[in-house]
Design a protein around this ligand. Structure first.
Ligand SMILES: [Zn+2]
Length: 388
């Protein structure tokens, strides 16, 4: 749940990857190679429903509900600066003023999945925070959920994209609210609700505060993931979610690089980290000239961690799924070998059925290789980051 910055242009795919600083190790791409990233079969495991709202839909919902927001406010929400400010205020505005009826949630869900499918996301697992929806919009969990599920079913029928919902703890709210949320999830089980997560501002809500809510979810067979090591918060938060809470995967997790020994242990056990190349914390804090070289995503890979790139808040970050994957190659120095492995990491870490995952594992590698051959990459493009 981060955003990004702006700087100079990087080529014809700017409309896909928004604005990020130049990279000293940038690799130019042909149109065919840009297309490769858009056509690559992939899953998305780290995306927030409220960070996917199209600008036109935001404007229409604001008008529909008479939200106390000016056109300038909305323009500001969708503008990235060179020193990016967070997107959380946008998400809070959506919760307070715009997403007031189940049909509003149906619409943004359907549109997110339509956009994801257009970027060759075949399966999406995405976050939604019920706590503020219930508190601010007065929508009961089951009614809000019904709207989202309706959007998910319609998108699968219309675009062929499968999806799972991850209700996420609002860590800015009291721990008791997290328990209430998990109780609601447990009381309204649905095969499309696979597990829980946690997000919003990590400095205000260390993970141990919510251990009881996670334990309740696990007792009821729900999978778990958690945002940790984001906003520069220490590696100990990553250790807490992995070793104390027992999550199935970690969202972000960047500061684990500060404890290489533990990182190698997590690598050995195959723990998946869903990472975000447009994460704003590092775009804001790293030297723009060295942003790409110093990004902890590279160090995570060198420590052997299992990674999977994601958009996080695509319309607010100005990044598409294709753009997120392309940045890994064009700016951060990963090779096609790495991306092929990440594609498989995503399948492995997904909470889809084993039968479905087996099918993807059988089909996608060949599809990747065919698309890469058509895109005309030089043989050096396959070199792994770890070979350098
Ligand atoms: Zn996130």
């Amino acid at each position: 749940m981060q955003d990004q910055t702006s700087s100079s242009a990087v080529g014809p795919a700017d409309s896909q990857i928004g604005f990020v600083p130049d990279s000293p190790i940038a690799r130019p791409l042909t149109q065919a190679q840009h297309a490769f990233f858009a056509r690559l079969p992939k899953v998305e495991l780290h995306c927030h429903l409220l960070g996917t709202v199209r600008r036109a839909t935001f404007q229409a919902l604001a008008a529909k509900h008479g939200a106390p927001l000016t056109a300038g406010d909305i323009d500001g929400f969708y503008t990235r600066g060179t020193r990016p400010i967070g997107v959380l205020r946008v998400l809070r505005a959506l919760e307070a003023y715009l997403l007031l009826e189940p049909d509003d949630l149906r619409q943004i869900t359907y549109e997110y999945l339509e956009d994801a499918a257009a970027g060759s996301i075949r399966h999406a697992e995405f976050f939604w925070n019920p706590t503020a929806t219930i508190r601010d919009a007065g929508l009961p969990y089951d009614r809000a959920l019904a709207g989202i599920l309706q959007g998910m079913r319609a998108a699968q029928a219309d675009f062929g994209i499968s999806s799972l919902l991850i209700p996420a703890i609002d860590r800015e709210a009291p721990a008791a609210d997290a328990m209430t949320m998990v109780e609601a999830v447990v009381a309204h089980p649905d095969p499309r609700v696979a597990g829980i997560g946690i997000d919003y501002r990590e400095p205000d809500g260390p993970p141990e505060m919510f251990a009881d809510a996670y334990a309740l979810a696990r007792r009821h067979g729900l999978r778990t993931t958690a945002h940790a090591g984001e906003f520069g918060m220490p590696w100990t938060n990553v250790a807490t979610v992995v070793d104390q809470i027992g999550v199935d995967r970690v969202d972000h997790g960047y500061t684990i690089v500060e404890n290489p020994e533990l990182a190698r242990a997590y690598a050995a056990r195959g723990l998946l980290f869903t990472i975000v190349p447009t994460n704003s914390y590092y775009l804001r804090t790293l030297d723009a000239e060295r942003w790409a070289l110093d990004h902890p995503i590279r160090r995570m890979a060198q420590l052997g961690l299992k990674l999977h790139p994601n958009t996080d808040d695509p319309t607010l970050h100005h990044v598409s799924p294709a753009g997120a994957w392309e940045l890994m190659y064009s700016h951060l120095g990963f090779g096609l070998t790495d991306l092929r492995t990440m594609m498989l990491n995503g399948i492995d870490g997904a909470w889809a059925s084993e039968a479905q995952k087996t099918l993807w594992l059988a089909q996608w590698p060949a599809e990747f290789d065919t698309l890469a051959a058509e895109a005309g990459f030089a043989s050096g493009a396959w070199l792994s980051l770890r070979d350098f």
